[in-house]
Design a binder for this molecule. Sequence first.
Ligand code: SAM
Ligand code: SF4
Ligand code: SF4
Length: 338
Amino acid sequence: MKMNPIQDQLRRPIRDLRISVTDRCNFRCSYCMPKELFGDDYAFLPSSELLTFDEMLRLTGLFVSLGVSKIRLTGGEPLMRRGLPELVEGIHAIDGVEDMGLTTNGVFLKQHAEALYGAGLRRLNVSLDALDPELFGRMNGRGIRPDVILRNIDHAIDNGFEVKVNMVVQRGVNESEIVPMADYFRQKNITLRFIEFMDVGNDNGWSYAKVVTKAEILERLQSSFELEAQDYNYFGEVAKRYRYKGSSTEVGFITSVSESFCSSCTRARLSSDGKFYTCLFASGGFDLKKLIRSGADDQSLLAAIRSVWEQRMDRYSDERSEQTLRSRTKIGMSYIGG
Ligand code: SAM
Ligand code: SF4
Ligand code: SF4
């Protein structure tokens, strides 16, 4: 039976669970899995270390009983996990799951859209950082062209999906794409969300100087479009939303650096090898897989999850400083799942 959500030390309820279903990816975005670190000989997790779908479903059910109602499937590249629709179907069937979404780079959407929709998935966030083919090919590290992703977005929408697009903006890399991307997706009536470049992992070349803030992006947009700020939809909503005047199309901003939102952060994360993290910038997680595989019953698992959440005090983005940047060893974004 569902109860009131458990709360952490800062009285933030647990509401969202982001599940990383694989640590592998077909891209090598420099801000997430730089080629130099994730080379041909990189040791990804062996499949025996990944949570099985049964284990994920069991844990999801327990998280839901403690207050989670929103699930996001991510990775690595989640569409590289074989049989994903089976997991989607299982999550869809859990009583208390009110919303489920998937974040993907979109390359394999064409093959999987229909089965995922059939399994109950309705919402997709597709990442795309540029429309310029040469630039996008360089940014994804694999020379994949943007028209592949654009076609797959159209295909997903034709199959009934609600799609949002995420663009990470880096100074000196893809700022020139802000207005063309906005224009393209405005005309398509698709929400585009600009994500401030974050210092995830330990070596993605991050510095404050490379962050293009929401204020700056907005200023650039306003030179081409008239925008109106929108109210929050719900507590803990991450995106700051704007609407193009005279239309129903929105743009959003994820301001993790310039206007951090730790005080309303209700997100728990489960890595593909079953570790429970309470912050994107955590240095360590609680090993739920170990507990499950040692034969723990539901009561013990629930007690562990509750205890970790109730001790949570994370507010990394609120506290970000030169000192925290230097001193903290963080887990990688592709591993924890963004
Ligand atoms: N592979 C999928 C994708 O790219 O959509 C899902 C996983 S990816 C880690 C999830 C999201 O994190 C993507 O939208 C990606 O752009 C974003 N991301 C990764 N590294 C980032 C960084 N350093 N700063 C901001 N966003 C980042
Ligand atoms: Fe892969 Fe997504 Fe990371 Fe890019 S952002 S390397 S697509 S996991
Ligand atoms: Fe949540 Fe950590 Fe991000 Fe703050 S820094 S919003 S606590 S994930």
